[in-house]
Design a protein around this ligand. Structure first.
Ligand code: HEC
Ligand code: HEC
Length: 238
């Protein structure tokens, strides 16, 4: 009901942008593989047909880390079963498996450099990345909640309809109508802490996070207020 209704020409334009950015993201993935292949040989294989991931092993690593390598327990920051209660640490429970694996690979490279996670990701083996991803994908997320009534309509409008006059495609078109994500490349956003979502949009816009061509392009067209509004709406999605 709150969907922005566009004149058909504008709608076609938005659609063509979306198709174009999808094509770009496809190209980016294809182009990335040889580069990652050199550093982590199993990456290409993971995209085509995941190697056998051991979710139980992943759960043990998540809960206990590995003291011998000074790899901390993920649970200490990301919460029990990946339900972080700290707004700057993302919830990981129920996240798309391949997306989690990709992030752990990307943290080890130049496209998503982040002091904490880059250090830990570099300490993990490729199969540990697969195992943790399989464990997290199987966990149930504890829902979040929107906090700001005043911006909820704007957030919903952006999520469902995009921002037509700025060429920002609807978030729903890639992340799903309820924000549950779509295997294999579109992450779940629903229920995520608003602070974390805003931080990622800001990182895409500013160039600190470069691992997604469509997200870099569309975040550059969004204002701080639009990011906050959509992040708050997303936190309340289930
Ligand atoms: C000291 C706190 C801390 C610990 C311990 C920690 N993380 Fe993180 N993790 C973070 C923060 C903060 C971020 C957000 C990074 C950013 O802003 O890009 C993050 C991001 C992530 C992401 C990306 C999520 C997304 O939605 O893109 C994954 C995956 C992840 N961590 C997995 C792990 C795993 C697996 C472990 C254990 C080996 C671990 N983390 C341990 C703090 C931590
Ligand atoms: C053309 C498809 C597409 C559209 C449209 C899109 N996204 Fe994304 N988004 C992606 C992809 C692909 C990723 C995963 C990037 C990666 O692999 O690191 C992503 C990642 C994200 C992340 C990071 C999630 C995390 O856990 O760190 C956020 C936040 C996000 N998108 C928000 C949005 C919002 C808000 C909108 C609407 C304004 C939107 N996206 C529209 C494709 C899209």
């Amino acid at each position: 009901m709150n969907r922005v209704s566009l004149p058909s020409a504008a709608a076609a334009f938005v659609k063509s942008l979306l198709v174009a950015s999808l094509a770009v993201s496809g190209l980016v993935c294809a182009a990335e593989q040889p580069a990652h292949g050199a550093a982590a040989p199993a990456h290409g294989a993971a995209v085509a047909a995941p190697v056998k991931a051991d979710a139980a092993k992943g759960g043990t690593l998540f809960d206990s880390g590995d003291a011998a390598r000074s790899l901390p327990a993920c649970v200490s920051c990301h919460g029990a079963a990946g339900n972080s209660t700290i707004a700057t640490n993302p919830k990981l429970a129920g996240q798309i498996e391949n997306y989690v694996y990709k992030q752990l690979v990307d943290f080890g490279g130049a496209d998503r450099n982040q002091a904490i996670m880059t250090t830990y990701a570099k300490m993990m083996t490729d199969s540990e990345k697969h195992d943790v991803a399989a464990y997290l994908a199987a966990q149930k997320q504890k829902p979040g909640a929107a906090k700001n009534k005043d911006t909820l309509d704007l957030g919903k409008k952006i999520y469902r309809g995009g921002i037509a006059d700025k060429g920002v495609a609807a978030c729903a078109s890639c992340h799903g109508a309820t924000g549950n994500g779509m295997p294999i490349q579109y992450p779940r956003l629903a229920g995520q802490h608003q602070d974390y979502t805003v931080a990622q949009l800001t990182a895409f816009r500013g160039g600190a996070r470069k691992n997604s061509a469509p997200m870099v392009a569309l975040s550059k067209r969004m204002s701080d207020d639009e990011m906050k509004a959509v992040a708050d709406y997303i936190a309340g999605l289930k």
